[in-house]
Write a protein of this length. Structure first.
Length: 276
């Protein structure tokens, strides 16, 4: 049997992210052949993935990060079957490495991200490889990015909720950017402003308003007016710039931003949450 050194085990762990014992066993099985040991770990991952393909992977982490110049932000979701795995340091480390690649390479969509290289394989293949390490189903299920003059990321404690927000200008006090990113997390707006609300959502809200008024016994001639009034309330509660600012409900988010710079506003936002 080939002699397996601690340095070889540590090197294999750096490449595969597998546990120390898994790396030692793979090297022993490969009789010290490093490349063969990597292949052993990858095949184990595929075998476990095939066995657990029908499992639900609804736990995991939601992570967001911005580039060094804060002009690009990316968010990913890496799912696992259990919360126990989602809290594992190696699992979170893998998710962060994937996110770093997304920031560096700026892929257009999720499938493009999965196809990017990661330690001589693709990101998608690396996720499958890691399944053999943790022993349960995993999937990279979500990826979005925002390009803007300034992008702010926020991750809620526990890694189950994150937001990205793009702004029209850099240079403001960082607290303003952070406050708005936290507002998106807390209040879950449907769009940046009234004009950004999809027509289908507006139509649905109007119909809901009419139906509520009808159930309240209002005459048909008043239904449209009542529904429009409820729509105005919906815009105030559900569009970011028109929401009451959570730290000071005497002003809207839009007014809060303009209190530091009249030209500062939000260009876009992304929000994702696992079941809380």
């Amino acid at each position: 049997m080939a002699k397996i050194s601690a340095a070889d085990v540590a090197r294999l762990r750096r490449v595969t992210l597998a546990g120390m014992m898994d790396c030692k066993k793979a090297l022993e099985e490969a009789e010290g052949d490093f490349d063969k040991a990597i292949e052993i770990i990858r095949k184990k991952g595929q075998a476990v993935a095939n066995k657990r393909a029908d499992r639900e992977a609804t736990e995991g982490v939601v992570l967001a990060k911005v580039s060094g110049d804060a002009k690009l932000g990316a968010m990913i979701v890496l799912n696992s079957e259990t919360d126990f795995v989602a809290k594992n340091a190696d699992f979170i480390n893998l998710a962060n490495k994937i996110l770093d690649i997304a920031i560096a390479k700026k892929p257009a969509d999720l499938e493009s991200l999965k196809a990017l290289p990661f330690d001589k394989v693709t990101i998608g293949e690396k996720v499958v490889e890691f399944i053999g390490i943790i022993g349960e189903k995993m999937q990279l299920s979500y990826y979005e990015k925002i390009d803007a003059p300034h992008v702010q990321a926020y991750i809620h404690p526990g890694n189950r909720l994150a937001t990205l927000v793009g702004f029209t200008k850099p240079g403001a006090d960082m607290q303003f950017y952070k406050d708005v990113a936290m507002q998106v997390a807390a209040m879950n707006p449907v769009s940046v402003d009234k004009d950004d609300v999809p027509a289908s959502v507006i139509s649905q809200e109007i119909e809901i308003g009419k139906e509520q008024a009808r159930r309240d016994g209002k005459p048909d001639s008043m239904l449209e007016k009542i529904a429009q009034g409820k729509l105005g309330k919906f815009f105030k509660e559900s569009t970011l710039l028109n929401q009451e600012f959570i730290k000071d409900n005497k002003m809207t988010v839009g007014q809060y931003l303009k209190s530091t710079d009249k030209d500062l506003t939000v260009t876009a936002f992304k929000r994702y949450t696992l079941n809380l």
